[in-house]
Design a protein around this ligand. Structure first.
Ligand code: SF4
Length: 509
C-alpha cells in the first residue's frame, strides 16, 4: 500500500479518521463513511487505514513545466515521471490524488500559494465528487449507429442515449444524474463504471438499441460491429460534389455522392451548373431538397454513406431517354471514397459497371486523402456549482461569479475546461488533455474527478477564501518529498498562471 501526505494533511471531521475498536477507523471523505480495518482499503480503494491513519492511496500528482530541456529529460514520453529537482515556479499541484472534502464545509485538501511574474496566486486543489456528470462521445463515422434518442446499453443496463448527429460524427450522451441516481442500484453502478472507464481512456463496448455494437476509446478509431472505422467523411454528399466538381469536369458526365443525409448529384448541383455540365436525365430516389441535393435516398444503415444501400445502382429512380445518351459515364461514390462504382449507360440506357478510368480514380483517391482519421472523442461534462465550492470559499456564489467572469482559471489535472455560460459552474473537458487514470469512483454512486481553481491571491481574499489554509508550494513540495508523483506538464495545455500575467499586461496597455 502506498501512502502519502498523511503528515501534511489529514482532514477529518469530529470522528473521521479516528481510531476505534480493533484499530478500525472511519473514512469521512464521502457519504459512504466506510469503517476501515488496519491495512485495508475503503470501498472505493482510494482511502486506506495505514496503521491507524487515514491515507489517500494514490500519490498526489505534481505537474512540472519544463521550459528548456534539461539533460536528464532527454526525449521523455508524455506522462513519464521526471526526477529532476522541483522548482516552485514551474510546479503545478494537480488534484490527482489530492483527496476529497466531506461534508462540504471543510476547506479543500490543498490550497497552494505561488508567485508567477511577480503576481501572488492561489490554487485550490480538490477531487470533486460528481453525481451530476456524464460524457459526450463523438464517434467519427458515417455509419448509422442507431436512431436519435435510441437507448445505449452497457452490460445490459441503459447508460445513455443517441443524440443529434454532427457533421461526420455520431454523438452519444452517456451518464447524467438520471442514470446515476434515478434508476436501479445496478443501473447507477454500471453507469458510473462506464463513465469511469471512458474517462480513464479505456475501451468500452456499447450496444445501441435497434442499432450497432460500438467499441469506443478516447483517441482511438471506433469499432462498429467488429469493423474498425478508418475515415471521417470529407463532407456531406453535396459538399463533396462542390469540392471536387472542377476535378471531375470532362472526366465523367455524372457523379452521385451517396449520403444518408444529403446525397449530391453533379449535373443538377449548382457546382455542375456553374461549370456548364449538361443535364443527364438521371433522377434519384428520395426527396429533392434543392437542385442536386437529395434527402432520404434510402434508409439509414451501415452501407454506403450511412445508408442501407449495398448496391449503388438502386439509387437511380428514373433515367429520361429524351435526355440521357448511350455511353453516358457515371461515378457513384460514398462520402469517404471507400465505396465507389463507375458505370456507363448501354444502348438501352441501362447502367453497366465498367473499369474506372485513371483520371476518375485519381479524384476518388483525393476524396480519401481529404478524409481525416476516424476517432472516438470523450468529453467529460459535470456541474461543479454545488457544495464543492464551499471547500474553496465561505461564500460559494463568489467563486461562481469569478469563474463566470474569467477571473479564475479552472483546470482538471491541469487541462483547460470549457465553462458553460449561464448559472453554476458547469464544465466540459477533453479527457485526452488530462493525465491518465485521473478519475475515481465512490459507491454512492458518483464519479471522482480532479479540479483546480487558480486565481490571484488578492481575488481569493475577496472571495472570502480559506486564507488560513494557504500553504506555499515550496512547503508542499518539501513536505511531500518522495511521496509525490511527478510528471511533466502536458504540452499544449496552457500554463494556468499565464492568464494573470496577460491580464496585468492588458491592464497596463
Ligand atoms: S467509499 Fe472511499 S471515500 Fe467514501 S468513505 Fe469509503 S473509503 Fe472513504
Amino acid at each position: 500500500m502506498s501512502s502519502h501526505f498523511k503528515d501534511l494533511k489529514n482532514r477529518t471531521s469530529e470522528f473521521g479518521g479516528k481510531e476505534g475498536q480493533d484499530g478500525i477507523i472511519r473514512c469521512d471523505a464521502c457519504p459512504i463513511l466506510c469503517r476501515i480495518r488496519p491495512g485495508k482499503e475503503g470501498a472505493c480503494a482510494r482511502y486506506a487505514n495505514d496503521d491507524g491513519v487515514l491515507i489517500r492511496c494514490d500519490r498526489l500528482l505534481l505537474a512540472q513545466q519544463v521550459v528548456e530541456e534539461p539533460a536528464q529529460l532527454t526525449a521523455p514520453q508524455p506522462n513519464q515521471e521526471v526526477t529532476n529537482i522541483l522548482e516552485p515556479a514551474t510546479t503545478f499541484v494537480t488534484a490527482v490524488g489530492a483527496g476529497t472534502t466531506y461534508p462540504d464545509y471543510k476547506p479543500a485538501p490543498f490550497i497552494v500559494s505561488s508567485q508567477h511574474d511577480g503576481i501572488d496566486t492561489v490554487t485550490v486543489v480538490t477531487e470533486g465528487i460528481f453525481s451530476y456528470c456524464g460524457v459526450k462521445v463523438k464517434i467519427d463515422t458515417d455509419r448509422h449507429l442507431g436512431s436519435e434518442t435510441a437507448a445505449v446499453y452497457c452490460q445490459s443496463e441503459q447508460v445513455g442515449h443517441v443524440t443529434t448527429a454532427e457533421y461526420g460524427s455520431q454523438m452519444l450522451s452517456l451518464g447524467g444524474v438520471r442514470h446515476v441516481t434515478g434508476g436501479s442500484r445496478k443501473e447507477g453502478r454500471v453507469t458510473c463504471e462506464t463513465l469511469l472507464s471512458l474517462c480513464n481512456k479505456q475501451a468500452v463496448d456499447l450496444q445501441i438499441e435497434g442499432g450497432s455494437l460500438v467499441t469506443v476509446q478516447a483517441g482511438q478509431a471506433p469499432i462498429v460491429n467488429g469493423v474498425k472505422e478508418q475515415r471521417m467523411r470529407v463532407g456531406c454528399g453535396s459538399a463533396t460534389i462542390g469540392i471536387f466538381a472542377q476535378q471531375w469536369y470532362g472526366q465523367v458526365d455524372e457523379v452521385i455522392v451517396i449520403d444518408d443525409h444529403i446525397t449530391g448529384q453533379l449535373s443538377e448541383h449548382q457546382a455542375g451548373k456553374c461549370l456548364g455540365i449538361p443535364a443527364t436525365g438521371i433522377r434519384l430516389r428520395g426527396h429533392k431538397s434543392t437542385p442536386g441535393r437529395y434527402f432520404k435516398v434510402a434508409n439509414p444503415g451501415t452501407g454506403w454513406g450511412g445508408t442501407d444501400i449495398t448496391d449503388p445502382l438502386t439509387v437511380f429512380k428514373t433515367i429520361n431517354p429524351k435526355i440521357a445518351w448511350p455511353g453516358l459515364r457515371i461515378l457513384l461514390t460514398s462520402t469517404t471514397g471507400e465505396d465507389t462504382c463507375y458505370c456507363v449507360l448501354d444502348e438501352s440506357l441501362k447502367p453497366v459497371p465498367a473499369p474506372m478510368p485513371d483520371a476518375v480514380a485519381k479524384v476518388v483517391q483525393r476524396i480519401g486523402e481529404n478524409c481525416e482519421p476516424s476517432l472516438s472523442t470523450v468529453l467529460f461534462t459535470a456541474g461543479a456549482g454545488g457544495s464543492l465550492r464551499a471547500g474553496v470559499t465561505r461564500n460559494p456564489v463568489n467563486l461562481t461569479n469569478a469563474v463566470a467572469q474569467g477571473q479564475c482559471q479552472v483546470t482538471m489535472s491541469g487541462a483547460p475546461v470549457y465553462i458553460y455560460p449561464g448559472g453554476g459552474i458547469s464544465l466540459m473537458v477533453n479527457i485526452l488533455r488530462m493525465v491518465d487514470n485521473a478519475f475515481g469512483y465512490v459507491p454512492t454512486p458518483a464519479l471522482v474527478a480532479p479540479l483546480e481553481f487558480t486565481m490571484p491571491t488578492s481575488l481569493y481574499q475577496q472571495l472570502e477564501g480559506h486564507m488560513e489554509e494557504v500553504t506555499p508550494v515550496s512547503e508542499v513540495i518539501a513536505q511531500l518529498g518522495d511521496e509525490a508523483r511527478i510528471e511533466r506538464w502536458q504540452s499544449g495545455n496552457p500554463w494556468p498562471f499565464d492568464a494573470f500575467s496577460k491580464q496585468q499586461t492588458d491592464a497596463g496597455d
